[in-house]
Design a protein around this ligand. Structure first.
Ligand SMILES: [Zn+2]
Ligand SMILES: [Zn+2]
Ligand SMILES: [Zn+2]
Length: 156
């Protein structure tokens, strides 16, 4: 995804048409609220908590934003991350996820300095085999990596 510039009508138009395409691709009806939430997730270039999205879309209703995020998670547009122990943040899926399954089981990186949580989509769980028994019903495999992010490393 290229850098998004928001200062012209034509770019806003292509931004909206991309958002509608992404929602429809994942079987989500493009409502104004869904488009607004997805636009923030794309243009902020970082993973956002419910409270951060609420502040960005003030005075939108928190419950409606929450339900929107749950719809995105259910339909493979976004996934939630609980890595920092201080509530969930929401990340856009890198693609290939659907309402049937999330295919992006990647680790999440928590920066001990700036607390930013990012997706490590370059890493794959190739070393981790799911147990071969039907007794386990697995919803999600999570891995958290802690350290210092590239932005903070560059400042040191
Ligand atoms: Zn996903
Ligand atoms: Zn950092
Ligand atoms: Zn992620």
């Amino acid at each position: 995804m290229g850098h998004v510039i928001n200062n012209s009508q034509s770019n806003n138009y292509s931004m909206n048409s991309n958002i509608i395409k992404l929602l429809e691709h994942n079987d989500v009806k493009p409502t104004p609220m869904r488009m607004l939430v997805l636009e923030q997730m794309i243009t902020q270039h970082r993973n956002l908590s419910l409270t951060e999205i609420e502040n960005l879309l003030y005075p939108a209703d928190r419950v409606t934003i929450y339900r929107t995020l749950q719809t995105f998670v259910k339909n493979g547009i976004a996934h939630s991350i609980d890595a920092a122990g201080s509530g969930s943040v929401y990340a856009l899926c890198p693609g290939g996820c659907s309402h049937e399954a999330h295919k992006d089981e990647h680790p999440h990186f928590v920066c001990e300095n700036c607390k930013k949580i990012s997706c490590c989509t370059d890493f794959v769980f190739s070393f981790l085999q799911k147990p071969n028994t039907p007794k386990y019903v697995i919803y999600k495999i999570e891995m958290t990596i802690k350290g210092i992010c590239p932005e903070c490393t560059a400042k040191q």
